[in-house]
Unconditional design. Structure first.
Length: 189
């Protein structure tokens, strides 16, 4: 799941790894997901350790009376000197050297999937992250380019399933084995 809309989303500001604050729309979006998921089985709620995702996860977790576990693996991409900039003004500008490199972002996504597999086997996990890290997780999962993953809207939920025969040390590598579906659900986007 992606976090609900924030004040900076509405202002079109590049947030990156700043904490962020849900706005009224973002809280309503999270409440809508909470209501839709109130009767669904969830074993664990995992969130980015950034406030906007954590707050979203806490709202969605309310009916389940479960604590939200945080991880920096789900943090948004670090936009370096672009952080806080008005997004439309960035078109065509060269990227600063301190923007998190794509290979590092994809490695964090791969580590996150391994983390879920190792820490929560046979559990249904609802994870709340951010737009770009969620795209990276899906790109790793589907073994495709990030540009091939459809942009997520705020508070959108997508389901991914990891197979019981998932091998964390070798799976989800470029040209690695594909992931098959089963009943082990990880709601991560």
């Amino acid at each position: 799941m992606r976090h609900g809309e924030t004040i900076d989303n509405a202002r079109q500001l590049m947030q990156g790894q700043v904490q962020g604050e849900l706005n009224a729309i973002g809280r309503e979006q999270a409440e809508q997901v909470r209501d839709e998921w109130a009767t669904r089985h969830v074993d664990v709620f995992v969130s980015s350790d950034l406030k906007r995702s954590y707050d979203t996860a806490c709202i969605v977790a309310e009916p389940h009376a479960l604590k939200v576990v945080t991880t920096p693996l789900l943090r948004e991409r670090d936009w370096g000197d672009f952080t806080g900039c008005f997004i439309p003004d960035l078109k065509g500008r060269p990227w600063p050297d301190n923007v998190e490199k794509l290979d590092h972002l994809l490695d964090r996504a791969r580590q996150f999937l391994h983390y879920l597999y190792n820490e929560y086997p046979d559990k249904t996990v609802l994870a709340v992250g951010h737009g770009i890290i969620n795209k990276a997780v899906q790109a790793v999962y589907y073994n495709c380019d990030m540009k091939d993953v459809t942009r997520m809207t705020n508070a959108e939920v997508r389901l991914l399933e990891l197979a019981h025969d998932f091998i964390p040390s070798s799976a989800l590598q470029p040209d690695g084995p594909s992931v098959t579906q089963n009943d082990n659900k990880f709601c991560i986007t």
